[in-house]
Design a protein around this ligand. Structure first.
Ligand SMILES: *Cc1c(COP(=O)(O)O)cnc(C)c1O
Length: 386
């Protein structure tokens, strides 16, 4: 038996070394922690603190009727009903949008992957900013593609000239940005679109919490793609639905490279139910924004912590300890104190701009109260001598 296991191990290492060189050295994306035991205040992955529309569970129950008999059948390959529902949802941003301008993905991560599969290679770079969503470089590496990185300075103003000068085939811009929460105005996006000749992909995962979005610009710019998700504002991270909005010819490219059944039956019916309940989501988005704005006031005005203006469902703040110091060691200490008290947030130590900060997802008012009390307790712990 031991000999057999040894043989299996040797085979496994031999077969993993057959992986392509760029895959052998690939660093996988690190998702935020999803604790399995109860009792955590979970403010680390920007999920919605409220449940999805009650229409979602109703639609799922209907789809599972007769002991789930419908599950014998493959789903609609194009998610056609959902494409139409998404186009209708965005009629308020862009009246001429139709189902032909929509591609549905298994989460918006699927859409981002399709865009990179179709537009990025070793001689067609993917551009993105730092910091921004850290999945982009991983998806590019999987395709053995080239990257073109543009660094922000602390002002977080959009480096329009450097983006337009970029030779990237496709440029991925997160707006509102992650993990900063800062949004870019349509006027700035238009300055990019006026001369950038590549594909501009605006990842709008957090746009439902913002004052403006890029969807109206689709009418005028054929090289613009807007990417959305139901994971954040729509409280459906577990369902995995995201989508691209673009001119029909870009949508046809994405349809050519996606899995033919990339979105399952349950996800399609759940998503159709969700996007149809605009009034419900206007309500919970309003609550999240009110909680966010109150917490920003607390960080800035009561604690004196530098905090970026947020147009998302999270807050990016630079904590100060009891001695008034800030920096990477201080934010790490705050992070660790919160974890020890079963509160999960995010800390991004790998970039100089993000290391002194904490990213805190907006929870319920009760969760934010627990967080505030725990931060007060942290400030009362005697700091170690410098
Ligand atoms: C959360 C997030 C996504 C991922 O969305 P899914 O639809 O859950 O895959 C994409 N982009 C950004 C910027 C995000 O924050």
């Amino acid at each position: 038996m031991i000999g057999e296991l040894g043989v299996i191990r040797a085979d496994m290492s031999a077969s993993s070394s057959l992986a392509l060189p760029h895959i052998a050295k690939l660093h996988a994306y690190t998702p935020g922690i999803q604790p399995t035991e109860a009792g955590w205040v979970k403010l680390n992955t920007n999920e919605c603190p409220y449940p999805p529309s009650p229409r979602v569970a109703e639609a799922l129950r209907r789809e599972l009727a007769d002991e789930g008999a419908a599950l014998r059948l493959y789903p609609n390959p194009k998610s056609s009903g959902l494409r139409a529902a998404v186009a209708a949802l965005h009629a308020r941003d862009h009246a001429a949008l139709t189902a032909a301008n929509v591609c549905i993905g298994n989460g918006s991560d699927d859409i981002l992957n399709l865009l990179i599969r179709a537009y990025v290679s070793n001689d067609a770079a993917a551009g993105f900013t730092l910091p921004s969503y850290s999945l982009y470089p991983v998806l590019v590496e999987i395709q053995n593609g080239r990257t073109n990185v543009i660094e922000f300075d602390r002002s977080l103003r959009l480096p329009v000239d450097r983006i337009t000068a970029s030779t990237a085939r496709a440029f991925f811009l997160t707006s509102p940005n992650a993990p900063t929460g800062v949004a870019f105005a349509n006027a700035d996006l238009e300055r990019v679109l006026a001369s950038y000749r590549g594909l501009l992909v605006v990842d709008e995962a957090y746009a439902p919490f913002a004052t403006e979005n890029a969807i109206p610009l689709l009418a005028r710019y054929p090289n613009l793609v807007v990417v959305r998700t139901l994971s954040k504002a729509h409280a459906l991270a577990g369902i995995r639905v995201g989508y691209a909005l673009a001119r029909y010819d870009i949508i046809e490219v994405l349809d050519r490279v996606r899995d033919s059944y990339n979105v399952n039956r349950l996800s399609q019916v759940a998503a159709i139910a969700a996007v149809g309940d605009v009034a419900y989501y206007d309500g919970i988005i309003g609550r999240v924004k009110a909680t966010r704005d109150a917490f920003i006031t607390e960080c800035r005005d009561h604690r004196g912590w530098f905090t970026y203006p947020s147009q998302s469902n999270f807050i990016f703040t630079e904590p100060k300890n009891a001695r008034g110091e800030s920096g990477p060691a201080v934010s790490l200490a705050a992070y660790q104190f919160l974890v020890a008290n079963k509160i999960l947030i995010r800390h991004f130590p790998s970039h100089a701009l993000t290391a002194p900060f904490l990213r805190i997802s907006v929870g319920t008012d009760a969760e934010m109260r627990v967080l505030s009390e725990t931060l007060d307790a942290w400030l009362k712990v005697p700091a170690p001598a410098p």
